[in-house]
Write a protein that binds this ligand. Sequence first.
Ligand code: DX5
Ligand code: ZN
Length: 219
Amino acid sequence: MKYVIAPSVLSADFARLGEEVKTVADAGAQYIHLDIMDGVYVPPITFGPAVVKAIRPYTDKVFDAHLMMEEPGRMIEDFADAGADIITVHAEGCRHLDRVLQQISACGKKCGVALNPATPLTALVQVMDQVDMILLMTVNPGYGGQKFIPYTLEKVRTLRAMLNDAGLSTDIEVDGGISLENAETVARAGANILVAGSAVYGGDAAANTRAFVDILSRI
Ligand code: DX5
Ligand code: ZN
């Protein structure tokens, strides 16, 4: 299994976003996690395709766009054109999830589906074999710096078992409350892509990225 640290720029300095991205990329982050919030699906508004496009030249690492949006199908092409490599949509935000996933694949991008903590894994059964990544929220979406919700750990284990039973090696990304303290635990439970916002940008972003890379390299 390939383990990846995906720093979330949500906790970065937005006035210096390009350099903040470069800092973690140079320190070994393989993915850059971009939290797109529309003020409807979640209360805050972050940024859209224009900002993704503006920071694209700062690194060639994977741009992992997490769309916390109501009906993201309206903007898939915009994020694809802006330079997103993986586009993840929330099952709860799409009336026609299957269609939106097809739309992402048709743009030549990797597609992901995200579930909130309280959304059951059964929401994935029909689409599991057509997604490249499944994002399990380990906090309620909308804000950085929240506490990891303990019951989601068992959800990661159950999902990895479901995927194994289906003969799939799909990536499982965990997002929310991930720290240097719990990184190994969530990875051993079956997650292989770890998003970290405040645990990276809350201090020395380069040193924190290297510490995550080190933990994941020993699993
Ligand atoms: C939350 C976002 C997360 C957020 C994580 O809605 O999806 O990606 O940045 O932040 P931390 O790591 O601080 O919990
Ligand atoms: Zn996210």
